[in-house]
Design a protein around this ligand. Structure first.
Ligand code: ASP
Length: 348
């Protein structure tokens, strides 16, 4: 009898342990299904154009790569430590704006009147909020002002003096125009002007080759939020307060958590007409195509068909990255969801 009773209790014990184990397994499974490791990714560009290896010195190439790596690494660190996509975009682009290598902030190209007029924009894909500035002449970091417009004004796009009055009201220090003087950008303007004086046309199409260096960044943060931003000095020899695609939401910059974030660089007039950044997002949203397919369609077909050139960097909500351009080169870099760093300049 005793043996029967012992057997009975042992059976019950074994059964209840098994049951608890199974329950635990189910809970673990549920847990791993809902709490997946958050992913981050970041991609940047430093402008697209006729960037050829034969025109590049080793030291200049190294300088570009070092700066691109510094900027993308900074943005990645912000994302890894839980920072927002918008913060990563602003801080990354600030590094590029502070470098004379790029056509944004410090290294902005010259207008026909020998001034520097800068444009920038940012968009938050979590709420489709956006901010932009155009034609600012005394703002050290136009991307920070674009962010300020997004966060602390009821507007999306401010321009010229008004944008700078807003900056002062928000405690931005204005810098003198001399801050933006760089000898090589000034010489580029003189060259373009000389060429132009030999032409009958108002604007020599070859000027598109003397402007590359616009900067852009797209980031995906641990909360699944996507942000995109772009900053530029525009095109060398521009006049009449010409504004390009970079400060225009939908053309130069777009971000939507449902689809992707995009930053454009290239011949702005065509990117405005092609609504490049939004077009890529719209193709994904309405036609269900992948980020890569949508980017190729716009950059390799639509823009060349209009007669324009340039490129984009973009990423989607899964952290897939696209870097598409139809020019000889595009300064670019990313750190993907696996933490892998890539830096490129020319076509591969
Ligand atoms: N898209 C810029 C503009 O047209 C220039 C560039 O990206 O190189 O102002």
């Amino acid at each position: 009898m005793n043996r029967i009773l012992t057997l009975f209790f042992v059976t019950i014990l074994v059964f209840s342990c098994k049951n608890t184990d199974e329950k635990q397994n189910i809970t673990d499974k549920k847990h791993s299904e809902t709490v997946s490791t958050p992913i981050t990714a970041i991609v940047i560009h430093g402008g697209a154009g006729t960037i050829l290896k034969e025109n590049m010195t080793d030291s200049l190439e190294k300088a570009y790569k070092t700066k691109l790596e510094e900027a993308v690494t900074k943005g990645h660190e912000i994302l890894k430590s839980g920072g927002s996509a918008t913060e990563a975009v602003v801080e990354t682009l600030t590094i590029l704006e502070d470098s004379p290598l790029f056509n944004a902030g410090k290294g902005a190209v010259f207008t026909h009147d020998e001034t520097n007029e800068m444009d920038a924009s940012i968009m938050d894909g979590s709420n489709l909020n956006a901010g932009a500035v155009a034609g600012v002449m005394h703002i050290k970091n136009p991307i920070r002002l674009a962010f300020e417009v997004m966060e602390n004004s009821p507007h999306v796009l401010l321009s010229g003096r008004g944008a700078e009055r807003f900056a002062q009201a928000r405690n931005f220090q204005l810098v003198p125009p001399s801050y933006f003087y760089t000898e090589n950008r000034f010489q580029s303007l003189q060259k373009v002007k000389k060429k132009e004086s030999n032409q009958t046309a108002f604007v020599d199409p070859s000027i598109k080759d003397s402007k590359f260096g616009t900067v852009g960044c797209v980031a995906l943060d641990q909360n699944g939020n996507i942000a995109a931003g772009t900053s530029t000095g525009g095109m060398t020899n521009k006049r009449w307060n010409r504004i390009g695609d970079s400060p225009l939401i939908g053309a130069g910059t777009y971000a939507n958590n449902k689809t992707c974030g995009v930053s454009s660089t290239g011949w702005g007039e065509y990117f405005i007409r092609g609504m490049v950044a939004h077009d890529i997002s719209a193709m994904m949203e309405y036609k269900g195509v992948s980020l890569q397919e949508a980017s190729e369609e716009v950059i390799q077909k639509k823009i060349p068909a209009l007669g324009g050139d340039g490129g984009i960097v973009a990423l989607d909500k899964e952290g897939n990255i696209a870097m598409e351009f139809n020019t000889a080169g595009m300064y670019r870099a990313y750190i993907n969801t696996e933490g892998e760093l890539y830096i490129g300049i020319y076509k591969e």
